[in-house]
Design a protein around this ligand. Structure first.
Ligand code: MSP
Length: 508
């Protein structure tokens, strides 16, 4: 069995601070990473910054800065955002890192030596904010539909990559699930869109520019620079040592990636251009590309002009880190488009976190204190058939993570807590306290077990809360070991349930 797991987010443009769109992808990747670490020894989670191109050049010019100095500041802000959100990436790659530049040069030279790059004339309409050429049919009133800006006409002699050569092979690898090199695009609807477009035909693409100094020069013709998207895609292999020919390179351990996580705006680059580049050099393709949906804020596209751009930091101030991670990823199904609404966030925070999970932990641990002074002992014949029912709720956890369904994974935590609250209501411990202390102890023990498993799942989603819960129930077991063995319930290992800390204060 492969004892490594490699997950990536896009590398974000270093032209501005990050907003919650970027955060959404990165928190999802962090949740998957944290969960995978329970059972896989070598997990690599890559994120980074995309620093070349006209967009960044212009942003730097506006601030009267050199592009690299400008990027340095933006990268600091990226890292700060990730720290605030408790994102534990393994590596942060910058496209201005020497190791990346060497990788790009090595790769492009190999493509050229292979005969996959040729020179030709190009004329097209280039959208700077998209950093790509748009076809006339994509324009709306002569403007880029995504940015509402007029694309600029570019006419020059460029180098081209023979993308069209790989069309049939790509269709086969995407379609044939039994192929050893099967390349999965998820969700299925997105796969069908990509296949549909591929079947219509595929043109070669221009991969160089003549007038863009803030980019990597082509190794075989220094008068041109490499198109930023080609440069950017290579981050996924530069960060793990593709250019390092020594035996100790991480490339051998981690490539091919298990999943590239991104949104639909950049799916074509990841599901067609990137795999074709890899096929050209006979490198294995990533196992999966998962494209989550795009979201609007309060029904509108996020935009500086409208002034509705949300930053993760704004949410952290209101809800704290853990709840922000939770709320973002449960706002709508992962993979579909959706809307983020602050009113709905508040409602969900109170319903799921304060009233359901928070309240469950607090009521059960309080009762353990009140009736048993915190010392609840294991019942005879434990686990009884009643508590083993939660195994059914826990069962799909690993599958959800492997299928990149972070939202469904989080739902398990909510279901567990709802199950627990019902279990308490049904058994009415306050009544049992008057009649049957043994039965009461069993109910509370089982409820504490549910709390234990909420913490286990929470260690991936809301890591700070997981630690608090673990302390409250005085657990001594290694939380990762518990997560690895979800098919069998582990007993409580602590000796004293402590007074609970408030996990999620209700917001009025
Ligand atoms: N630099 C390129 C990616 C190169 S990867 C080899 C880029 N960067 S970006 O800064 O524009 O980030 C794009 C990504 O941000 C999207 O694919 C998605 O992951 C995330 N999102 C940005 N806005 C978003 C929404 N409104 N909704 C959901 N995700 C969004 O493209």
């Amino acid at each position: 069995m492969k004892d490594s797991y490699y997950i990536t987010t896009p590398i974000y443009y270093a032209n501005d601070v990050l907003h919650i769109g970027h955060t959404y992808t990165t928190v999802a990747a962090d949740i998957i990473t944290r969960w995978k670490k329970n059972s896989v020894n070598n997990v690599f989670f890559l994120t980074g910054s995309d620093e070349h191109g006209s967009k960044i050049c212009e942003a730097a010019k506006e601030k009267n800065k050199e592009p690299l100095a400008y990027c340095n500041e933006i990268v600091d802000s990226f890292k700060n955002t990730w720290q605030q959100l408790n994102i534990e990436y393994t590596s942060f790659i910058r496209t201005t890192d020497t190791v990346h530049i060497l990788t790009v040069e090595k790769f492009i030279q190999a493509l050229y030596d292979n005969g996959d790059i040729y020179k030709s004339n190009y004329e097209g309409l280039y959208c700077v904010p998209c950093e790509k050429f748009l076809s006339p049919t994509e324009l709306v009133n002569d403007l880029c539909p995504d940015h509402n800006t007029k694309p600029v006409k570019q006419c020059e002699e460029n180098y081209f990559f023979r993308l069209s050569k790989y069309r049939d092979q790509l269709i086969e690898l995407i379609t044939n699930k039994n192929h050893l090199q099967h390349f999965d695009i998820l969700p299925e609807q997105r796969r069908n869109e990509v296949l549909g477009k591929l079947k219509l035909g595929l043109d070669d693409i221009s991969i160089s520019r003549t007038n863009l100094p803030w980019a990597i020069p082509l190794p075989f013709d220094k008068s041109q620079t490499i198109y930023v998207w080609i440069d950017a895609l290579l981050n996924y292999i530069s960060a793990i040592g593709y250019a390092d020919d020594s035996e100790k390179t991480q490339f051998k351990k981690f490539w091919p990636a298990d999943v590239h996580l991104l949104a639909k705006d950049i799916l074509w680059f990841h599901s067609v251009i990137w795999p074709a580049m890899l096929l050209a050099l006979k490198l294995p393709l990533p196992a999966k590309v998962f494209s989550h949906g795009f979201f609007t804020v309060e029904g509108q596209k996020m935009s500086k002009t409208i002034g509705n751009v949300l930053h993760a930091e704004d949410l952290v101030k209101i809800y704290g880190v853990d709840a922000t991670r939770f709320l973002l990823l449960t706002a709508f199904p992962f993979g579909s488009d959706g809307d983020i609404s602050l009113a709905l966030f508040k409602e969900k925070y109170n319903a799921h976190l304060a009233n359901n999970i928070g309240n469950f932990v607090s009521r059960v641990t309080n009762m353990a204190q009140k009736y048993f002074n915190g010392k609840v002992t294991i019942p005879e014949n434990w686990p009884d058939p009643e508590i083993t029912e939660i195994l059914k709720i826990l069962e799909p956890a690993d599958t959800h993570i492997s299928n990149v369904r972070v939202d469904s994974f989080i739902e398990i935590m909510i279901s567990l807590s709802s199950w627990g609250n019902l279990y308490i209501d049904k058994n009415a411990p306050w009544q049992l306290a008057k009649t049957d202390m043994k039965a009461l102890e069993k109910v509370l023990y089982n409820a504490l077990i549910i709390i234990k498993y909420i913490a286990v799942l929470s260690s991936a989603v809301m890591p700070e809360s997981a630690v608090k819960i673990w302390k409250t129930i005085d657990e001594k077991q290694d939380i990762q070991e518990c997560a690895r063995n979800l098919a069998k319930l582990s007993p409580l290992t602590g000796s004293n349930v402590n007074k609970p800390e408030i996990l999620f204060l209700k917001i009025l």
